[in-house]
Write a protein that binds this ligand. Structure first.
Ligand code: NAD
Length: 469
């Protein structure tokens, strides 16, 4: 049968693309398709684009993901500036690092593995299939890095995604989506693999959560949104809050522990859910630890200065302390100044020696204010860490050279992430081994999410044949 002109053109175009390694389609996604007035429209457009993606070769999906990474790396700093300017949280250099990390170390299609069972009865394979359209709710604290990370994971898995970003980070989140969509289109992909609404609200979030075509929800945020999503009746991958303790025992290398804790707890002004939120230090090394932390940039407050900070950065709600959102992710200097506490130098972290019931220990602060509690033994350190962590099972840390203490704490604390002798961010593959994610699914158990977390497992059985031994 003779080939038609159109078919010949298609074959030559495909060959040129393969030789060039890139796709020649112009790289601007039409905003009318991915940036929608209405959440239902955003779901419908994402559904059509997902169908197109499902029909494309896996190799092409890989090139789309590569283009997304490249665009995110290229724009990492611009997006960091946007997120910082819009939310006031954190700082540009650290947000740039988070964006780069998400772009470079979020696994792509290589994360999808086929399992095969071969035996007398033939061959069975189990493959990772896409869900279809995923609804993703993203936080204000890591807005651009979460969109980069979630988009790579979900699209590498063959899905499309509809976002309802946090309203306070709407512009930065939407600009990240625009950059990624343009990169997808430039790589020959569909124009609405990533969609959203122009004005994300609780209402648009609940429309997405309840939509019949949304097959999976990915929720990254605090307790309230996780519990709303759990009531949707859909499959939910929930990345909820934490309050990570760090234990320092009397076998730790104290100068290193002091530096690591200051680095981890001050990174992006402590907005990462995994950042160190309270220290339990053995009493015989606590003084040395605090003094070395001061040498690493921490500023120690005492007495009435601690009360001034409580009255500034915390509020009472139903008789309990909660954070004053105006101080989330603000710098240590801003917090000290607004609290009317005088200081010297340019501290990047506020530390205070307090008791184990203090609000700085109990509340997930999300700002560079870190309490230090003295303990007498590993048993007490573990007991108080468990109390402070409040059953979230999110993240915990230890600085120690005693393997019995390390093992006891890792086992008893039972968290999704446990890091020994390094800053908290090592648990996200930043200066530690392993891939990265910005969605750490603790309540629903997927752990550090990656492409395969966003797939359905499907089995196909062939009776009798295809076994080759
Ligand atoms: P948040 O809970 O205020 O908001 C998260 C998202 O949920 C936002 O998009 C918000 O608009 C939405 N939302 C809130 N209530 C909702 C409702 N009733 N219905 C629909 N949508 C709703 O969180 P935040 O302050 O932006 O982020 C900080 C919190 O998120 C912290 O508790 C932190 O530990 C957690 N977090 C967890 C992870 C993780 O991977 N486990 C990652 C980042 C942040």
């Amino acid at each position: 049968m003779a080939l038609s002109d159109a078919r010949i053109r298609q074959i030559t175009d495909d060959a040129i693309r393969e030789v060039n390694g890139t796709i020649t389609t112009p790289g601007v996604a039409s905003a009318s398709e991915w940036l929608c007035d209405d959440a239902n429209e955003a779901v419908e457009n994402a559904k059509q684009s997902q169908k197109q993606l499902a029909g494309m070769p896996l190799e092409h999906r890989g090139r789309i993901v590569s283009a997304m990474r490249e665009a995110a790396i290229k724009n990492a700093e611009v997006l960091a500036e946007l997120a910082h300017n819009e939310t006031g949280y954190g700082n540009v250099p650290h947000k740039t690092l988070k964006n780069r990390l998400a772009a470079a170390k979020t696994p792509g299609i290589e994360d999808l593995h086929t399992t095969a069972y071969s035996g007398d009865d033939g061959l069975t394979i189990v493959e990772c299939a896409p869900y279809g359209v995923i609804g993703s709710i993203t936080p204000s604290t890591n807005p651009t890095a979460t969109v980069i990370n979630n988009s790579i994971s979900m699209i590498a898995a063959g899905n499309s995604v509809v976002y309802n970003p946090h309203p306070v980070a709407k512009k930065a989140s939407t600009e990240t989506m625009r950059i990624l969509n343009d990169a997808i289109v430039a790589a020959g992909g569909p124009s609405a693999l990533i969609t959203t609404v122009k004005n994300p609200t609780l209402q648009s979030g609940s429309t997405i959560m309840g939509h019949k075509d949304i097959k999976l929800l990915s929720i990254t945020g605090g307790e309230a949104v996780v519990s709303v999503a759990m009531k949707s009746g859909k499959k939910v991958i929930a990345a909820g809050p934490g309050n990570p303790p760090v234990i320092v025992d009397d076998t730790a290398v104290i100068p290193q522990a002091a530096r690591d804790i200051v680095d981890g707890a001050s990174f992006d002004n402590n907005v990462l859910c995994i950042a160190e939120k309270e220290i339990f230090a053995f009493e015989n090394i606590a003084g040395e630890l605090v003094s070395l932390m001061q040498q690493s940039g921490a500023y120690k407050v005492t007495g009435s200065d601690i009360d001034k900070i409580i009255n500034t950065v915390l509020e009472k709600s139903d008789g309990k302390y909660v954070i004053n959102r105006n101080f989330v992710g603000r710098s240590a200097i801003h917090i000290l100044q607004q609290s009317g506490v005088s200081y010297i130098g340019a501290p990047n972290l506020v530390i205070a020696e307090v008791d184990k019931y203090h609000p700085f220990v109990v509340v997930e602060m999300l700002m560079p204010v870190l309490p230090v509690v003295r303990v007498r033994s590993i048993e007490e350190a573990i007991e108080e860490s468990l109390r402070a962590e409040q059953g979230y099972q999110h993240s915990a840390y230890i600085h120690s050279t005693n393997i019995k203490n390390m093992s006891a704490a890792a086992s008893a604390l039972n968290t999704t992430i446990f890091v020994k002798n390094a800053p908290s961010y090592s648990g996200l593959g930043f200066g530690g081994e392993g891939f990265t994610t910005l969605t750490i699914a603790t309540p629903t158990g997927e752990g550090l999410t990656s492409a395969k977390s966003f797939t359905r497992s499907r089995r196909c059985v062939l009776k009798g044949d295809l076994r080759i031994v």
